[in-house]
Design a protein around this ligand. Structure first.
Ligand SMILES: *[C@@H]1O[C@H](CO)[C@@H](O)[C@H](O)[C@H]1NC(C)=O
Ligand SMILES: *[C@@H]1O[C@H](CO)[C@@H](O)[C@H](O)[C@H]1NC(C)=O
Ligand SMILES: *[C@@H]1O[C@H](CO)[C@@H](O)[C@H](O)[C@H]1NC(C)=O
Length: 326
């Protein structure tokens, strides 16, 4: 007993907050957007995300990388963070200089748009992978693999000369490897420790129905809106009884301003066949109870614009009628 307690108290602080405890992988992505209008006008802006939450922002106008969350520094001390910031400041000015030189050397035409995506994914067991990808004028041109830059498949010929120059700079390559292999997973593990409760939050969706633009004579477009949920994974389907309707079309998952998500699922049906159809929503926040909204003329609540819904808990699920304006 004494040994078990000793082991627990020794092991727990080690793994607390790591992806081990949260039991899933976390992706940390930094995005850089650089625009060069001509040889004298440019700007570089950056942002970083852990999974679905934005953690940092770096404006061209600022020498400081802004933390958007109180836990965005993870377990780094402010001294360690200052060091990182000065590395990135140095990187930003040499990046600008290098691009202007490449533009001269290769006679590139302005405007030039560059986008970089770099970061790491930390899996349970503290295993991590990392990546750096770059795009020029919106097209993927090169990546960093292990310890060297490589042109993307089918990249324009001139990318090879850029890669050759970049690979001669061993100092930058070693710095980049350290940032990707050590600093990035350390930051992620620290963030998972400090930001655990927010990263694990569950926010319940709201759902409502409306009628979309008519797809044709005697046809209806049924629209099921699902909004305000977190995290992202969600299942939304149109059903008749227990039968999922194969014609269900799902849109992209779109962001709300409050760090929750929105999704709509539509179904094109003959006007006479709409009755009895229902939209079913499955989400981790609902504790195994689905949201089920029936298409109908009746409402339990006041009819709102497009359809307001009152939900009643009936047995296993939350059910309601979607009112729709006719
Ligand atoms: C460079 O681009 C900026 C922004 O588009 C513009 O205001 C400026 O006049 C341009 N300068 C030159 C020298 O072309
Ligand atoms: C971006 O920042 C650099 C360095 O501070 C500055 O010289 C440049 O004018 C800025 N670009 C814009 C468009 O503000
Ligand atoms: C996880 O990996 C990082 C980077 O390799 C290392 O610095 C850190 O000590 C590891 N953490 C644990 C809990 O093993």
């Amino acid at each position: 007993m004494g040994l078990v307690l000793f082991l627990l108290s020794w092991v727990l602080p080690q793994v607390w907050g790591s992806s081990e405890v949260l039991g899933r992988s976390f992706l940390f992505r930094c995005l850089q957007i650089s625009s060069f209008a001509n040889s004298s006008w440019w700007r570089t802006d950056g942002l970083a995300w852990l999974g679905e939450l934005q953690t940092h922002r770096w404006s061209n106008a600022s020498d400081k990388i802004d933390s958007l969350k109180p836990w965005a520094l993870g377990t780094f001390s402010s001294q360690q963070y200052d060091q990182l910031q000065s590395i990135f400041r140095g990187y930003r000015s040499s990046f600008t200089r290098d691009i202007q030189e490449f533009a001269k050397m290769l006679s590139l035409e302005y405007p030039i748009e560059l986008q970089l995506s770099a970061g790491c994914e930390v899996h349970p067991g503290n295993i991590s992978e990392n990546f750096v990808y770059a795009a020029y004028q919106g097209k993927y041109i090169l990546s960093f693999q292990g310890s060297a830059w490589e042109p993307a498949p089918h990249a324009p010929h001139l990318v090879e000369s850029v890669v050759k120059v970049l690979n001669q700079d061993r100092g930058t390559s070693e710095m980049l490897q350290r940032l990707l292999r050590d600093t990035c997973p350390q930051l992620v593990n620290g963030i998972l420790e400090k930001g655990k409760s927010e990263l694990e939050k569950q926010v319940k969706p709201e759902a409502w129905l409306s009628r979309g633009p008519s797809p044709g004579p005697d046809r209806l477009l049924l629209v099921c809106h699902v909004s305000g949920f977190y995290p992202q994974p969600v299942r939304v389907m149109w059903m008749r009884d227990e039968q999922e309707q194969q014609g269900t079309q799902r849109g992209d998952i779109l962001p709300n301003a409050d760090e929750t998500w929105y999704l709509r699922a539509t179904l094109d049906v003959a006007a006479g066949e709409a009755a009895g159809l229902a939209c079913r929503v499955k989400h981790s926040s609902l504790g195994g109870q689905d949201l089920v909204l029936y298409w109908g003329e009746k409402c339990w609540g006041p009819a709102g614009e497009g359809g307001e819904v009152v939900l009643k808990n009936r047995g296993r699920d939350w059910e309601g009628w979607g009112c729709h304006s006719t």
